[in-house]
Every structure is written in structure tokens, then in C-alpha cells.
Design a protein around this ligand. Structure first.
Ligand SMILES: NC(=O)c1ccc[n+]([C@@H]2O[C@H](COP(=O)([O-])OP(=O)(O)OC[C@H]3O[C@@H](n4cnc5c(N)ncnc54)[C@H](OP(=O)(O)O)[C@@H]3O)[C@@H](O)[C@H]2O)c1
Length: 294
């Protein structure tokens, strides 16, 4: 396949590009900085701004077999982009994979959410639920439209977990956002997640949602303790009340970090997806985060 990857230079996007190349696919990598980015040999870099839907849709030539979006959220501006890409792909049965996120599900409590659970978006997700619906509607136009919702992504020593390590290094102990009980986070390793995108681009059914989640609900407190271990400081963790965190991080991000979620990935696993990488706790304590700390 020749895959057009939007947001190809980002955290998730660069892992997806690596796995696509590893699986023998050709990649056309799009982002504003694609021209100067370090990309695997053979990847074609095309500088492009997703705020210009017609220019991006024009990249969907006949020799593009799939479009995979892994870019940063653009809010409402994603809607005309999806429409333009759906127009370009309509009637072809070609895949359009769109990255959303697990925070659209809102708080789950103890009952795990799966790919068919109703959404209950929190503030940080903005119009994401509507964006998901717009993507899935493209399935009615013979586009193999699929929404991928990653959990909190770890690996390569970066992303949200790196923030936990920074806090530990600064404070001398771990810290997590929440009250009396620790929230739980659904998590996935970035290399495992990238393998799901490769599988989904060849095998997922039109109009489906896939959860990119390897661990359904890990207490943030355990992650914070592991981050402290990785940072080489006292392996304990304290709660940071959401209102205090909001003053530093902004209310939407603090709410997201304090969100209690248990989320499964049955449909992704039914595709044959088997996450194999180390757990987030191990990654923080002794894996990619510990290595970048040393
Ligand atoms: N990381 C996580 O834990 C996580 C979890 C769940 C969902 N997600 C979702 O996954 C997506 C990717 O996240 P990430 O962490 O990989 O983000 P990231 O590292 O910030 O990467 C974002 C990518 O989008 C590109 N981009 C941003 N604005 C653009 C524009 N106007 N035109 C073209 N390209 C643009 C960036 O490249 P340029 O700046 O060069 O354009 C970069 O390649 C996001 O939608 C995020 O909400 C992430």
C-alpha cells in the first residue's frame, strides 16, 4: 500500500510511519515540518497544513491506497478537512483512519467502556465527538472510514507520562491529579498502537471505532510512583487536588488527568491486535522514561 499519513512527524505519527515502512508499505508523510523531519529512508515528505483542506485532499491521488490521520487536534477545522478527504475517497472503498482519543468517553467508573459505549466528552475533547461522527458517516459513501481512540500513550520516553517524570524530578517524589482515590488511566505503548494502525488500515471494517488500549485502567498513583522510580527519587506519590492542578495546567487538562476510566479494546483485539510491549509502569520505572532520565 501507499499510505498518506497526516501528522506523520508527531509522537504517534512517527511510530505509525515506522511500522508501516517495517511492514513493507510506502508512505507519503504530511505535516507542516515534514520537509525537514528525520523520516525513514524511502518515505516521501510533503509539507502541508491541515488548515487547507483542498490542498490536503489534492494529495489523495489514484496511487494513494489509504489515508491515516494522526495529527494534533484542530477542533472545528477538522470538519471541512474530513469532508474534503471523504469527497476525494468516495466510491473507492479506500481506508480513512482518523485519530480521536479515549477522553471522549468521559468518566466510566468501574464498568469498563468498550468501542460501542456511548460518548460523554469532557471539555478538553472540544468537538471530537462530532468529528468522530463525521468520519464514520463517510462509510455511507463507500469510504472505509475508521476512528482510532488511543488511550494515554507511553513509550519512546515522551508524551504525557514524561510529564509525570518531570514532576517527580522537580518535587523529589511522584504526583498524580485527583482526590481521595486515584483515577485510572487506559494506556497503550506507542509501538503497539502503531501496529494497530497498520492492521486497521488493511483489515478494519467501514464505520467502526477501534480502541488502541493495552491496559484498561492503571491507577495514576501507580504510574506516579513508577515515574518517581524512573526519575531516581523517592518512589512515593501524592495526590494533587484537581482544583490546584487546574490553576497550573488549565481546567480542561487537569480534568482529563483526573478522569477515572476503565476502557477495553475488544474490537481491536478481534482484528488480531495483540499488544506485547512492557506495561506503562515498567516503561516508567525501568524502560524508556528511566533511560531518558539517566
Ligand atoms: N499522545 C497521547 O497520549 C494521545 C492519546 C490519545 C489521543 N491522542 C491524539 O493523537 C493525535 C496525535 O497526538 P500526538 O501526541 O502524536 O501529537 P504530536 O506529537 O503533537 O503530533 C502532532 C502532529 O500533527 C502535526 N500537525 C499539527 N498541526 C498541523 C497542521 N495544521 N497541519 C499539518 N500537520 C499538523 C504536527 O506536525 P507539524 O507541527 O510539523 O505540522 C505533528 O506531526 C492527537 O489528535 C491527539 O489528541 C494522543
Amino acid at each position: 500500500m501507499n499510505v498518506l499519513v497526516l501528522g506523520a512527524t508527531g509522537y504517534i505519527g512517527s511510530a505509525v510511519v515506522d511500522r508501516l515502512v517495517h511492514a513493507g508499505h510506502r508512505v507519503t508523510a504530511v505535516s507542516r515540518s515534514a520537509a525537514g523531519a528525520a523520516l525513514p529512508t524511502g518515505v516521501v515528505a510533503v509539507p502541508g497544513d491541515l488548515q487547507d483542506p483542498q490542498a490536503i485532499a489534492a494529495l489523495v491521488t489514484d496511487d494513494i491506497d489509504a489515508v491515516v490521520h494522526t495529527a494534533a487536534p484542530l477542533g472545528e477545522a477538522e470538519l471541512p478537512l474530513i469532508d474534503a478527504l471523504a469527497d476525494a475517497l468516495a466510491g473507492s472503498g479506500r481506508p480513512l483512519l482518523w485519530t480521536s482519543g479515549v477522553w471522549v468517553l468521559g468518566r466510566t467508573g468501574d464498568t469498563p467502556a468498550d468501542e460501542d459505549s456511548p460518548v460523554a466528552p469532557i471539555a478538553i475533547t472540544g468537538p471530537r465527538a462530532r468529528i468522530e461522527a463525521r468520519v464514520l458517516a463517510a462509510a455511507e459513501r463507500d469510504v472505509r472510514a475508521v476512528v482510532v481512540r488511543p488511550g494515554v500513550v507511553h513509550g519512546r520516553g515522551v508524551g504525557i507520562p514524561a510529564m509525570l517524570v518531570d514532576w517527580a524530578r522537580t518535587l523529589g517524589h511522584g504526583r498524580w491529579v485527583g482526590g481521595a482515590t486515584s483515577p485510572r488511566w487506559p494506556l497503550v505503548d506507542v509501538e503497539d498502537l502503531a501496529e494497530l494502525y497498520v492492521l486497521a488500515s488493511t483489515g478494519a471494517s467501514a464505520g467502526t471505532v477501534l480502541h488502541g488500549i493495552a491496559e484498561p485502567g492503571v491507577p495514576a498513583e501507580a504510574l506516579a510512583r513508577a515515574a518517581a522510580t524512573g526519575a531516581g527519587v523517592e518512589p512515593t506519590a501524592v495526590a494533587w487536588p484537581e482544583a490546584e492542578a487546574a490553576a497550573d495546567l488549565g481546567a480542561p487538562f487537569a480534568e482529563a488527568l483526573g478522569l477515572d476510566q476503565v476502557v477495553t479494546a475488544e474490537r481491536a483485539r478481534a482484528l488480531g491486535w495483540v499488544p506485547t510491549r512492557p506495561s506503562a509502569v515498567d516503561d516508567l520505572a525501568t524502560g524508556s522514561y528511566a533511560r531518558v532520565t539517566a
